[in-house]
Design a protein. Structure first.
Lengths: 176, 930
């Protein structure tokens, strides 16, 4: 019930718009800093969202949490694929016509490696504390504030803060 | 507990301690050195108050990583497999195409190498890629660019080498050569033939568009990228529901939804391509069937913004008449209504070129007529004009059906036949029109009857046609609810069909299934079973829409005959076949019936899950709501309410009513039922102000639809009474119940509702202090209920529960408790679905126990009831009763702190200005004593 009511409330709608815009931006080519070549991911993510949003009126997003979880997962997936593609091309040893300058390239590769490490740590966290892992997904991938995460889950801010503190330490400990 | 603290427990305990003492905690609880090391790392990480690594958050990280482009890494001269790359020919969203070559026995072979943008990282995705590639390699057709080789390079890059085609997109070729319409159609036929040949090899293109359909210097069509889209699919990741490459303007509606991709998907794209070829207008990006996007502003529009396809400009003269119909048929939103194959599309174009009639006809007339009839099922009179429209479309449908069944050389004969159908229908309407004074308009029954008589009297009609027309009339009669007539028509056509057709012909099945449906509507379930059970195997094998109808009919007949498991299994089979055959409409029907049947059989969980899947299917089709969906929501509401899922029930009730309001222009039985049900639902929820209009309207509607003395109307009277009872207006409630009871007596009705009305009145009378009357009523209710259905079932528990409630009001507590014991014993034998009633009963019991000072027993009941009741009736008035009683019972047990807490909670539930209730004062005292 309360989930159903929350849908029509303006704050959730605004948050929804924000997360959607974020995902779209993340999927779009502008973020890559390059002119062309949206990858398959872009097309596909936009299609999928397109679908879901098209159906939104019917779905009424009975659980806003569901939408954000979906968006976060999509963003996670996108980031990981992007990281993999980046590392794959380096591993192929054919990086001989580089459009990024060396410093940017090194940063790109480091960040890609970190993203993969974070992904793995998050998998491990899911096994240990599923809710804490969800908090990370919404915070890190969907870009919700901890306050918004708390509202989405219908939990006390204090609880979410504790989840986040634990999750952050857990992940950082594994990524070092 | 203390033996195995979790990682998180330890982490949080350690944080609470000053750093110096943490080591001791770890010494004590963390023997495992690896775990200890992890914790120490975590504590150190926590002390360092920065954010997660990876550039802040995902958005920043993605930006820093950037998109690695295939071409970045592959300059001219790079090698991929055996090929050396020469130059980039083109880049698309999912791949880059290079001109490349290899040396083959001293011959330089030039090819197009297509590199997939995304790497294939898993064994599974590589295996699938190999599998598809092999299938493609076997595909040989002069009109299809050949796959030469494909593979995965060491670095995970997947590539395909294709025959290099030097040509222009078909649309550009036609424009540049200013081809006349006929030439364009001939080119397009080549395209269809190539697609048809691939389809026979079970390969679907999935991404047909002009840039994939080239014409070379010799004027030969060559299709590129057959099946490539499928290669791009990967099943490696379960987090994606769908992973596809497509071009929105040419993509069929099902490609935007979780529906399956079939050859019909290519037929759709061919239709769009044909339109473009004939009109020289580019297909709009996004199309009419894509789901519309609600977000506006805020840069929320995706690249594939849907726009309406521009209406044909005058320049598009080529797209008229037959050709317009052909395009429309190829691009029907529902796959099963398109041409069955690219070959069938080609044939129709050939027929058009030969100036023969085509199969395509103005779209949707038959469909819409059918929908109309379905909507007015149950006897709303049709006007003659509307019926005329139905008949016109029927004749088109008939004509089409015949066309489809016959060989092309029969065309002339069929033209004659079509004329006969038309003459016949005209004669029917001629006579109908002759006597059209407004008040004497013929009813559908009249028209069907007259048509049938004409048909039987008319000489010179081929028997096959006569039989088909009779069958069609029977279908119309059935769909307007005129079942006796339908049965007569079936009887008339049966001998002809028996003579002309056997089990391999569609008509043989049509007549049997239709007869089954008519019998079912007449509630002759044993006869349905006798007719359809022996055909079961054949129905399962046929797998067409008629066979699916047959299975659904059989399944429902089994259910109505009490053979629930068999019926459910049959409905499930029908649904599965419809799904496999990609017949979404049949799938929806079967799925709805299955969901309703599961819920009726009190398989709530399975039923609600099936209902959800059905709704998802319905939404994914983007179809308009119809009566079936209203019924589905109604079933969900009842099932959810019965199983205690109140939020969902509320949603579903409202949805059913909203749809019904949009849907029915006249008072309608379903709507009358739903409105009333929702009213009583709201009363039970204590949402009395909201309930009032629904309860009132439910009663009005039922009086209009069913009449004053119908049992459904009596339930609505009971609803009014319950509302007044809940408002504490017991005397008014008694009046409402009395109206209903009087009707039972007047008409001699013997239905459940009569003892219920008596039970309800007994309670109101007791509440109003009229115990003698209450006692008489409750005894009468028990007697009647026992006479109706015995005394061991849930229906008998209803008056028993009211008896207990009356005893409670009379302060006869031991009797009240004994009554509730009997009720609870009955409910214990019923599988779920009685939660609301059970809670009410337990509340009565708790109140009686409290009155007898059996505090511990009362508390046990209350603690059981409280959370369940709060979840099901968040605004229910009895929440206060429960909380207040709990507080008082705790106080009596001298559990003062708990009592104070419970009192506070109970007081918080009182929203209105202080109620005149002695309990309030006591609770305030308890709350204050903390």
């Amino acid at each position: 019930m309360s989930g159903g009511e929350a849908v029509s409330d303006g704050a959730t709608d605004a948050l929804f718009v924000e997360v959607y815009a974020r995902l779209k931006a993340m999927a779009s080519r502008q973020l890559s800093g390059q002119r062309r070549n949206a990858t398959l991911d872009t097309t596909e993510l936009v299609h999928e969202l397109y679908l879901r949003i098209g159906q939104r009126e019917e779905l009424h997003f009975r659980e806003p949490a569901q939408f954000f979880a979906y968006a976060a997962r999509a963003m996670r997936h996108l980031l990981i694929n992007r990281a993999r593609d980046r590392l794959r091309l380096r591993a192929g040893g054919q990086w001989n016509r580089v459009t990024l300058d060396d410093r940017d390239l090194k940063l790109a590769i480091d960040t890609a490696e970190q993203a993969l490490a974070l992904d793995a740590a998050l998998d491990a966290l899911e096994q240990t504390d599923a809710r804490a892992a969800k908090v990370v997904e919404l915070r890190y991938f969907a870009g919700l504030s901890l306050e918004q995460v708390a509202e989405t889950f219908g939990l006390a801010r204090r609880t979410i803060d504790r989840d986040w503190r634990f999750a952050r330490a857990f992940i950082k400990a594994r990524m070092d | 507990m203390e033996a195995t603290p979790t990682l998180r427990d330890l982490f949080e305990q350690a944080l609470a301690l000053p750093p110096a003492e943490r080591a001791r905690l770890l010494d004590r609880h963390c023997a495992d050195p690896a775990r200890r090391a992890e914790l120490e790392r975590m504590l150190a990480a926590d002390a360092n108050d920065d954010d997660l690594p990876g550039a802040g958050d995902a958005m920043d990280a993605a930006q820093v990583i950037g998109e690695a482009e295939t071409t970045e890494s592959l300059p001219a001269g790079s090698r991929i497999g055996p090929f050396e790359l020469l130059e980039v020919l083109g880049e698309g969203g999912s791949s880059t195409v290079f001109r490349a070559f290899r040396e083959l026995q001293d011959v330089r072979q030039y090819v197009a190498v297509k590199l997939l943008a995304r790497g294939l990282y898993t064994d599974e995705s590589r295996r699938r890629f190999r599998h598809e590639r092999e299938a493609l390699a076997r595909l040989r057709h002069p009109g299809i660019a050949r796959l030469i080789e494909g593979g995965v390079a060491d670095n995970g890059l997947a590539y395909i080498a294709l025959e290099l085609i030097d040509g222009a997109p078909i649309t550009r070729h036609a424009q540049e050569h200013d081809l006349p319409g006929r030439e364009r159609l001939l080119l397009f036929l080549q395209v269809c033939r190539a697609v048809e040949s691939a389809h026979r090899a079970l390969i679907v293109h999935r991404d047909l568009k002009p840039s994939n359909v080239l014409v070379n210097a010799d004027g030969e069509v060559k299709l590129l990228d057959f099946g490539i889209a499928k290669l791009l699919d990967d099943g490696e990741d379960a987090t994606r529901t769908r992973h596809q490459a497509l071009t929105p303007a040419y993509a069929a509606p099902e490609q935007f939804t979780p529906g399956a991709i079939t050859t019909a998907t290519d037929v759709y794209a061919l239709g769009i391509l044909l339109r473009e070829l004939l009109t020289d207008e580019r297909a709009a990006p996004g199309m009419m069937h894509a789901p519309s996007l609600r977000m506006t502003g805020n840069d929320a529009s995706p690249p594939a913004e849907p726009t309406a396809i521009p209406t044909a400009k005058p320049a598009a003269k080529r797209l008229r008449g037959d050709l317009a119909n052909i395009v429309a048929k190829a691009t029907e939103p529902e796959p099963e209504r398109r041409y069955g194959s690219a070959g069938a599309l080609a044939e129709d174009i050939e027929r058009h070129l030969d100036r023969l009639p085509v199969r395509a006809h103005p779209p949707s007339r038959w469909y819409r007529a059918g929908k109309f009839v379905a909507r007015h099922r149950g006897g709303v009179a049709l006007t003659a004009a509307l019926l005329l429209a139905i008949f016109v479309s029927l004749s088109a449908a008939l004509w089409q059906a015949h066309e489809a069944r016959q060989q092309a050389w029969l065309a002339r004969q069929q033209a004659t036949r079509a004329n006969m159908v038309r003459d016949f229908l005209e004669s029917v309407f001629e006579s109908a029109r002759a006597r059209l004074p407004r008040d004497q308009r013929p009813t559908p029954e009249d028209l069907v009857k007259q048509s049938a008589a004409d048909l039987m009297a008319r000489n010179g009609l081929p028997q096959a046609l006569r039989a088909d027309l009779l069958l069609t009339l029977a279908r119309v009669a059935h769909s307007v609810g005129s079942n006796d007539q339908a049965m007569q028509l079936l009887d008339s056509s049966a001998p002809i069909i028996q003579r002309l057709y056997g089990p391999t012909d569609a008509q043989w099945w049509d007549i049997r299934v239709l007869r089954g449906m008519v019998l079912e509507d007449q509630a002759h379930y044993p006869e349905v079973l006798r007719l359809l059970q022996p055909l079961r195997t054949g129905l399962l094998a046929r797998r067409d829409p008629v066979a699916i109808d047959g299975l659904v009919t059989l399944g429902n007949a089994l259910l109505y005959s009490g053979r629930v498991d068999e019926g459910l299994a049959t409905l499930a089979e029908a649904r599965v076949i419809a799904t496999q055959q990609r017949l979404p409409d049949a799938q929806l029907t079967a799925s709805i019936d299955e969901a309703s049947a599961l819920l009726d059989a009190e398989h709530f969980r399975a039923g609600l899950a099936r209902a959800d899947a059905t709704l998802a299917l319905w939404r994914s089709r983007g179809a308009k709501p119809d009566a079936r969906i209203v019924g589905l929501y109604e079933d969900i509401a009842l099932g959810a309410e019965a199983s205690g899922d109140i939020g969902r029930a509320d949603f579903a009730y409202r949805k059913a009513i909203d749809l019904g309001d949009r849907f029915y222009d006249k008072p309608n039985p379903d709507q009358a039922w739903n409105v009333g049900m929702y009213g009583t639902f709201l009363v039970a929820q204590g949402r009395l102000a909201e309930a009032e209009p629904y309860v009132q309207r439910g009663l009005e509607l039922r009086r209009q639809v069913f009449g004053d003395d119908h049992e459904n109307t009596l339930y609505a009277l009971a609803g009014m009474g319950k509302l007044r009872d809940a408002q504490g207006r017991h005397v008014e409630a008694i009046d409402w119940y009395t109206q209903g009871i009087a009707s039972c007596q007047r008409t001699g009705l013997e239905e459940l509702v009569c003892p219920r009305l008596l039970s309800l009145r007994a309670f109101s009378e007791a509440a109003a202090g009229r115990f003698v009357a209450a006692d008489a009523d409750i005894r009468s209710a028990l007697d009647r209920q026992r006479a109706l259905g015995g005394d061991g079932n849930a229906n008998f528990a209803y008056p028993l529960e009211k008896l207990a409630a009356v005893r409670l009001l009379e302060h006869r507590y031991a009797d009240a408790i004994a009554g509730t014991d009997r009720v609870l014993a009955i409910y214990a034998t019923v599988k779920g679905g009685m939660i609301q009633r059970e809670l009410n009963t337990r509340l009565i019991r708790a109140q009686a126990l409290f009155a007898l000072e059996r505090n511990a027993d009362a508390l046990r009941e209350l603690l059981y009831i409280e959370p369940k009741y709060a979840a099901m009736f968040p605004q229910g008035a009895d929440r206060f009763t429960i909380g207040a009683l709990e507080a008082r019972a705790l106080a009596r047990e001298h559990r003062d702190a708990e009592a104070a807490l419970a009192a506070c909670k109970a007081l918080a539930l009182v929203t209105a200005p202080p109620v005149d209730d002695p309990r309030i004062a006591e609770l305030r005292r308890l709350a204050a004593s903390r």
